[in-house]
Structure formats: C-alpha cells, structure tokens
Design a protein around this ligand. Structure first.
Ligand code: CP
Length: 302
C-alpha cells in the first residue's frame, strides 16, 4: 500500500489495496453507533455545483464521525464577488478546515486546489472528469450483491461522454477484472471511450449490450445534450431507455443502478427504478458509509 492517502482526487491515484481498504472500512461503519473518529475536526463542503446526494451524504458522514461541517456555495460566499478558487480554498483552510470536500464544474479543479492548500481535498465531482466517491459507493453496492467483482459484466448506459461517474466506475471496476460495456448512441459513446481502460468495450445497441449483464447502470441524460445530436429525445428513449422488457435481457439476478438524479421516463422507467432489481436507494445509503470511510482515511483517523 502507498503511504497514507492525503487527498482523494481520482480513482487512478488509488492502489487496489487502498480501494479495498476504503471499502472494508465502509462496510464496518455502523450508522447507528458511528465511531467518533473525527471529533474536533472540521470539514468544509465547497460546492460550486448543485448536489443533493453527494453534499448531504458527506455532511452526514462528517457529522456522524463527530466532525463539524461548513457549507460554502457560490451564492452565499465571496465567490460571488469574484474570489478565485485558490483564494477561496486558502481562506477555508486557514479559518480551520481540516479537509475540503469540493465539487466544481471544471475538470481538474480539485487537482488544482490540492496543489495549493495544505489540507486534504476530496473530489466530489469535477466536470466530466472524476467522481471517485461515487465509484467507491457503487463498488460497495455491487459487492453487497455479487460474490466477487472479477468476471462481472457491467453495462453503463447513457451519456458516457459527459459522465464523470462512468469514467470513475470504469477505472475502478476494470482494475478488479470487471468487463465494462459503455452503451449509448455514438455521440454519447464514441469509439475512443473503449480505450479508457483495458476491459472496457463500446456498444451502440442496448439489446445486445444487456445480454448476460450482471449490473445495469443507467446514467443521467440531459435532454438539451440531445439537441443537434443524431437522436431525438423520443428516439433515445426508444433505443436506450432501461425498461422492464430490456432488464429481462440481463441475467435474472442482475441489479439496476443509477447514480442519481434519476430523470424518470428518460433513462429508466419508474417500473425499473422502483422495481425489485433496483439498488438506487441502497446506493444512497452506501454513500454515507463510503464517505465516512473516505473522510476518516484522508484525515488519518482510519
Ligand atoms: N450522484 C450524484 O453525484 O448526485 P448529486 O449530484 O445529487 O450529488
């Protein structure tokens, strides 16, 4: 294992040992009686972009471990007056934050801040680039249902091109021998997507991709991104929406995942999102445990 993890910026920085250690710690987190590992520590939540699940679960995770939290958002801070990311990060660290959890619309923003501030940075999503805590909680969810990751077929369907969730998941899962299939129209799944990691393939036919799938992971598709693309919204739904009929093409014990927010009737039908194979609520619950493990790890309390 590498020396102690200081910041969590992306999946590629982690060894498999570090991933396994975070998942093992997450499994041990007792939400009813959480260990007070972060008492007297302060966690700042610096969110330049909207978030429900990630922001709230990092906040719950920090508080459950005994830390205090502070929210910093563009509309309620001097970011609105034009203060730069680095000056904002310095300020947050110098007032006493022990760690900064950060979401930003620009790819690489968390990496940049980590070079300038003296406290750990946890990337809570940077542009189209990385969402490492999501990939870790998704791995935890999959391993709750499957004996091992090796040999699984995980189909990630939707707007892969713009998706930090797809990138982080594919990087993590292929490290453990998972076959990842990116599926969507060519604009959302260009052939080059298959070069992201060994073990990734691209497929533009969902009915083929789903055959033998162990996990079906639908991604959010923003309707405006279909404008001027090859498909209309109606055509996207007809070809790529995950429906009960399509779920039958996957293995009978396949699970359905979605990082949220779910746009019902677009990426998935409500029947699938609320159906017996859906793990969407479990993903959210696992988000708290996983983020507890991440915060304890980067703050040296694990
Ligand atoms: N999955 C995810 O990142 O959701 P939020 O944007 O609500 O945090």
């Amino acid at each position: 294992m590498k020396p102690q993890l200081r910041s969590l910026l992306g999946i590629s920085q982690l060894t498999t040992g570090q991933i396994e250690a975070i998942l093992a710690l997450a499994r041990r987190m007792d939400l009813k009686r959480p260990p007070q590992l972060l008492r007297n520590r302060h966690v700042a939540l610096l969110f330049y972009e909207a978030s429900t699940r990630t922001r709230i679960s990092f906040e719950f995770a920090a508080k459950a471990l005994g830390a205090t939290t502070t929210q910093v958002t563009p509309t309620s801070s001097s970011i609105e007056k034009g203060e730069s990311l680095i000056d904002t990060g310095w300020t947050v660290a110098n007032v006493g934050a022990d760690a900064i959890v950060m979401r930003h619309p620009n790819s690489g923003a968390a990496y940049l801040l980590a070079r300038y501030v003296h406290v750990p940075i946890v990337n809570a999503g940077d542009g189209m680039h990385q969402h490492p805590s999501q990939a870790l909680l998704d791995a935890l969810t999959i391993t709750n249902h499957k004996k091992k990751l090796q040999g699984l077929r995980v189909v990630i369907v939707g707007d892969v091109y713009h998706s930090r969730v797809a990138r982080s998941n594919a990087e993590l899962l292929t490290r453990f021998g998972v076959d990842v299939v990116f599926c969507g129209p060519p604009d959302f799944v260009p052939e080059i997507a298959a070069t992201l990691a060994p073990g990734v393939t691209a497929c533009h036919d969902l009915n083929i991709a789903l055959q033998g799938a162990d996990v079906v992971m639908a991604l959010r598709v923003q309707k405006e991104r279909l404008v001027n693309k090859q498909l209309s919204v109606e055509e996207y739904i007809a070809e790529y929406q995950v429906t009960p009929l399509r779920m039958r093409l996957a293995k009978p014990d396949a699970i359905l995942m979605h990082p949220g927010p779910v746009i019902r009737g677009m990426e998935v039908t409500s029947e699938v999102a609320d159906g017996p194979q859906s793990c969407i609520h479990e993903q959210v619950r696992n988000g708290v445990k996983t983020r507890m493990a991440i915060l304890a790890t980067v703050l040296g309390a694990a």
